[in-house]
Design a protein around this ligand. Structure first.
Ligand SMILES: NC(=O)c1ccc[n+]([C@@H]2O[C@H](COP(=O)([O-])OP(=O)(O)OC[C@H]3O[C@@H](n4cnc5c(N)ncnc54)[C@H](OP(=O)(O)O)[C@@H]3O)[C@@H](O)[C@H]2O)c1
Length: 345
């Protein structure tokens, strides 16, 4: 069996994407599945990987980490999926082969990082959150050691308070919902534009992060102290605010989505991980299984998670370079940009 396949390739380090033919990955390796990619979500880090080659990789490369679609074929040892299943995939970091790259019409995937979706779940919604939910679980549960939410309902309040800076980002919004469901009192931030959406995530307080720095700091101070801080923005201005807050309290730790700068005040520590990568550690197998087999598909089916708002970009694979350029320039506000790789430009 072979079908025509098309990909948006990065031909060499820092080069713009080129759309062209790609191998149809069949026969399927025995531990993999082949997925018809019907919705792919583009994440900010992919823009930096394309333009600045921030990760070492072999070229030509096919980027991407989040997609959803229908299983077309399965490897001989795969028991957990069958042809026709609707699935969402968070591409494993440890797998650089372009056959598993996301910016293409047909891609391979590794079952441990795939969730089976119910018919009622939107493929766009699932693609929009899959990698950032893996980031959230990696950060809050594995790195920070916080409680997980139950599989239905919410845990009763545990009396602990968490500051999630950036509730209107995709990761921030998911982190607020996850921690709230797990019983934490969550304080977060948003611009006024996204305030009403973020208020639905369950935070006890949403601080306007477009105020003057001293007002943001005062609002954070008024809601504290915190049992944990997760910085989902990690821009220098935010690092400054959080560092000042902790410095005034004798120091502390910020878990952040970007590496720390060199000049943090004494006593302030910023911890950075590639959070979804933590799920690839064998020691975290049970958490990975819980996420992909239970929490993610169940929460989407039961609408327990409000997914990051999807903005569908027209133009198919040819539109991806424009999306990457947007992430590298203005960024987005309160949305995840999604493309249908079968749409013609
Ligand atoms: N370490 C890891 O494992 C890992 C994994 C995935 C992603 N990341 C990184 O995590 C970051 C967030 O990713 P994402 O997909 O969640 O991004 P995103 O949704 O595209 O982030 C955009 C949002 O950031 C908010 N924002 C921008 N400037 C802000 C500021 N100064 N203060 C507060 N909020 C601000 C905006 O909110 P308003 O419009 O409301 O202002 C906007 O909605 C990226 O840097 C990404 O590369 C790291």
């Amino acid at each position: 069996m072979s079908l025509p396949n098309k990909a948006a390739w990065v031909p060499q380090a820092t080069a713009n994407l080129t759309v062209g033919p790609a191998p149809y990955p069949f026969p399927v390796p025995k531990h993999s599945i082949l997925v018809k990619n019907e919705s792919l979500a583009i994440n900010p880090v992919e823009a930096a990987i394309q333009k600045y080659a921030i990760f070492l990789m072999e070229y030509p490369a096919i980027l991407g980490s989040s997609f959803a679609g229908t299983v077309k074929a399965i490897g001989s040892s795969v028991k957990s999926f069958k042809v026709g299943d609707r699935v969402v995939v968070s591409k494993a970091f440890s797998n650089p082969s372009p056959l598993y790259g996301v910016y293409q019409q047909y891609a391979l995937a590794l079952p441990p990082y795939v969730s089976k979706l119910q018919d009622s779940t939107s493929l766009d919604d699932a693609a929009a959150i899959v990698s950032n939910l893996a980031t959230t679980v990696g950060a809050l549960t594995i790195a920070m050691g916080l409680d997980r939410p139950p599989l239905s309902g919410s845990a009763s309040t545990n009396g602990k308070k968490l500051l999630v800076y950036g509730g209107s980002s995709s990761i921030g919004g998911l982190a607020v919902q996850y921690a709230t469901q797990a019983g934490y009192t969550v304080i977060t931030t948003s611009s006024l534009r996204n305030m009403s959406t973020v208020e639905q995530y369950g935070a006890a307080k949403v601080i306007n992060h477009t105020q003057k720095t001293e007002n943001i700091l005062a609002a954070i101070e008024a809601e504290g102290p915190y049992d944990g801080i997760f910085d989902t923005i990690a821009l220098p201005s935010v690092v400054g605010i959080l560092s000042k807050y902790l410095e005034a309290h004798g120091g502390g730790v910020i878990y952040a989505v970007q590496p720390p700068p060199d000049d943090l005040p004494a006593g302030v520590e910023r911890k950075f991980f590639t959070y979804p990568g933590l799920l690839e550690d064998e020691a975290n197998d049970e958490i990975r299984k819980w996420l992909f087999e239970e929490y993610l598909p169940k929460s989407l089916a039961e609408k327990r998670i409000i997914p990051t708002k999807v903005e569908k970009v027209s133009g198919g694979l040819c539109a991806i370079q424009g999306v990457l350029d947007k992430y590298n320039s203005t960024g987005v506000s309160g949305v995840k940009l999604v493309v249908d790789p079968f749409e013609e430009d």
